[in-house]
Design a protein. Structure first.
Lengths: 153, 337
C-alpha cells in the first residue's frame, strides 16, 4: 500500500477514531475559565484597592506593585505544587492572567534545576514562556506601527 | 505466506519476576501483587531519572533473588526504557556484573526483551537471562511533554505514564522451587512498524491499536490458531480508547477478541483522576504482566496468554516536525505446559 491508497486509508481511520473519541468539553471549560479567570482578576483588583487605600499608591507604582504581588503568588503556588492542580481544572482561566505567566516561568525553572543553575534552571526557564514573549512583543510592535500609521493620516 | 513467528521448541521458562510500582499505581489492581510498593515516587533519590534507574535496578535484582539465583549465575541482562539514549537501563546495568544488551521498543520493550531472551536461550547460547524495563511518570512527562508544575489542562484522550518497573528471569530449566516450573515462552512474533497517520501525541491508543491488531493477526495466522486458543490476549498500553479500537479492527478482519482481550493500561488505575484513558509507558505492561498476570498464570487461573506490548516510536523532534506516529507491537505467547 503506497501513496494515494495509504493516504485514503489513513483518512478513513482518522475519521473513524474521531467519530467516538471523547470530545474536549469546550462549553464546560469556558464556564470554568470564566469563573477561575474572573476570580483571579477579582483578587488582583482587591489587592489593587487595598494598596491604593491603605498605602496610598497610585499610577504606575500601583499597577507595578499589584502585578508583582500576583506574580509572587503565582510562583509561590507553583512552588507548593498547587497551581498545576488549579490549572488542570480551570480550563484556560489560570493560564491567561499574569499568575499563569509566572507559573509558566517558575515550573520549568524548578524542573530543570537538577541540570544545574546555568544550563538547567536559567537556560530552560523560558521554554514555555519564550514563545509568549516573542509573539507578544511582535504583535505589540505591529499594533504600535498601525497606531503610528493612523496618527499620520 | 511468510511467517514472522519464532516457535521455541526448547521452551524457555519464566522462573521468577520482580516488580515495583509507584504510589498511584499501587492503589490499583497491581498493589497486592508487586514486590515493593513505593510510598513516594522519588524512591529516596534527588531526581526522577535517578529514581527510575533505581526502580529498574531493584526490579532486576529482585527477579534474580526471587529466582533463587546469584548474580554470578546470570548470563545476560536485556533491558531498555523510554528516556533518551535509554539511560535508565544502561545506568541500572552498572550495578550488575554481567553483560548487558540495551534494546529500545518504546513501550513494547518488555515483550521485545522477553522475545530476544527466549531466542537466545532456545538456541542454547545462554542459560539465564533477565529481561526488564520500567518508566517513571515524572521523567517521561519532562522529556515528552511539559514541566510537572505547569498548570495546563490534560486532554480527555491522554494517558498517564506508569511509575514502575518489572523484570523476569528466563531460564533454560525450571526453577528449583517448582511452583513456576511450567511457565514457558512457546512462541514470539516480532511486529511490523505500522503507521495509520495519527499525529496527535495525546492519542497514543489510536496510534498504537493498528500495530497491535497487525501483530495479533500475524501471530494467529502464523500459528494457525483461533483467538479463543488463548485464555487472555493482553496488550500493553492502548488504554480504554485504544483497546476499543483494537476490538473493532480485529472484528473487521474476522477475528473476535471481545471476550479474552484485556489491556494493561486500561486496568492499571483504579481511581480515575487525570488518567483518562489509563496508563501508558514501558513500565505499564512490565508491572502489570510481571505481577498481576504472572500471578494468575502461576495459580493456573490462566494457562495460555498472548502478551502483546505496544510501543509508539516517536520522539519530541519527529512530532514537532509534524510527523505521524509509527508504532510497533511484539507478541510473546506464554503457556503453562
Amino acid at each position: 500500500m503506497t501513496g494515494k491508497d495509504r493516504e485514503n486509508y489513513n483518512k478513513n481511520y482518522i475519521e473513524y477514531v474521531n467519530s467516538f473519541a471523547p470530545p474536549t468539553k469546550h462549553f464546560k471549560n469556558c464556564i470554568r475559565t470564566f469563573f477561575v479567570g474572573g476570580l483571579i482578576c477579582t483578587i488582583g483588583q482587591f489587592i489593587r484597592i487595598i494598596l491604593e487605600k491603605a498605602f496610598g499608591l497610585s499610577g504606575d507604582e500601583l499597577a507595578g506593585t499589584t502585578s508583582m504581588i500576583l506574580i509572587f503568588l503565582g510562583c509561590f503556588l507553583t512552588g507548593l505544587g498547587v497551581y498545576d492542580r488549579i490549572g488542570r481544572n480551570a480550563g484556560a482561566g489560570s493560564i491567561v492572567p499574569i499568575t499563569g505567566f509566572a507559573n509558566s516561568v517558575a515550573s520549568p525553572a524548578m524542573e530543570f534545576k537538577t541540570e544545574g543553575y546555568i544550563y538547567g534552571l536559567a537556560a530552560k526557564m523560558f521554554v514555555v514562556a519564550g514563545p509568549i514573549i516573542v509573539y507578544g512583543v511582535l504583535s505589540g510592535s505591529l499594533v504600535g506601527v498601525i497606531y503610528w500609521l493612523l496618527g499620520l493620516a | 505466506m511468510r511467517s514472522n513467528t519464532i516457535i521455541f521448541s526448547n521452551k524457555p521458562k519464566i522462573i521468577a519476576t520482580g516488580t515495583i510500582a509507584g504510589p498511584k499505581e499501587c492503589r490499583g489492581v497491581v498493589g497486592k501483587y508487586v514486590d515493593k510498593a513505593l510510598i513516594e515516587d522519588t524512591f529516596g533519590e534527588s531526581t526522577y531519572e535517578k529514581a527510575e534507574c533505581k526502580m529498574l535496578s531493584f526490579a532486576i535484582a529482585k527477579a534474580i533473588k526471587n529466582a533463587g539465583l546469584k548474580e554470578t549465575e546470570m548470563d545476560l541482562l536485556i533491558s531498555g526504557d523510554l528516556l533518551n539514549q535509554i539511560i535508565s537501563a544502561s545506568f541500572a546495568a552498572r550495578d550488575f556484573e554481567f553483560p548487558f544488551l540495551g534494546v529500545y521498543g518504546a513501550c513494547s520493550t518488555m515483550a521485545e526483551s522477553m522475545a530476544i531472551a527466549a531466542a537466545f536461550i532456545n538456541a542454547g547460547y545462554y542459560k539465564k537471562i533477565v529481561a526488564a524495563t520500567g518508566s517513571h511518570f515524572s521523567s517521561a512527562e519532562r522529556q515528552y511533554r511539559y514541566p510537572l508544575e505547569l498548570g495546563n489542562t490534560r486532554p480527555p484522550q491522554s494517558q498517564w505514564t506508569v511509575t514502575g518497573a518489572g523484570g523476569c528471569v528466563i531460564s533454560d530449566m525450571g526453577a528449583a522451587n517448582s511452583q513456576t516450573d511450567g511457565i514457558s515462552i512457546t512462541s514470539a512474533t516480532f511486529g511490523k512498524v505500522v503507521d495509520y497517520g495519527i499525529t496527535d501525541v495525546n492519542n497514543m491508543g489510536a496510534a498504537m491499536a493498528p500495530s497491535a491488531c497487525s501483530t495479533i493477526l500475524q501471530h494467529l495466522r502464523d500459528m494457525g490458531r483461533k483467538a479463543d486458543y488463548y485464555d487472555l490476549i493482553v496488550t500493553g498500553d492502548l488504554g480504554a480508547l485504544g483497546s476499543r479500537i483494537l476490538k473493532d479492527l480485529t472484528w473487521e478482519k474476522g477475528v473476535d477478541i471481545q471476550k479474552n482481550h484485556v489491556d494493561c493500561g486500561e486496568i492499571i488505575y483504579n481511581v480515575i483522576e487525570d488518567e483518562f484513558q489509563g496508563g501508558s509507558g514501558a513500565g505499564c505492561s512490565a508491572v502489570v504482566f510481571n505481577s498481576y498476570i504472572m500471578d494468575k498464570i502461576k495459580k493456573r487461573e490462566l494457562n495460555k496468554v498472548l502478551f502483546v506490548a505496544t510501543g509508539a516510536l516517536l520522539s519530541t523532534v519527529s512530532s514537532g516536525q509534524g510527523e505521524s506516529i509509527p508504532c510497533i507491537s511484539h507478541a510473546v505467547a506464554i503457556e503453562n505446559v
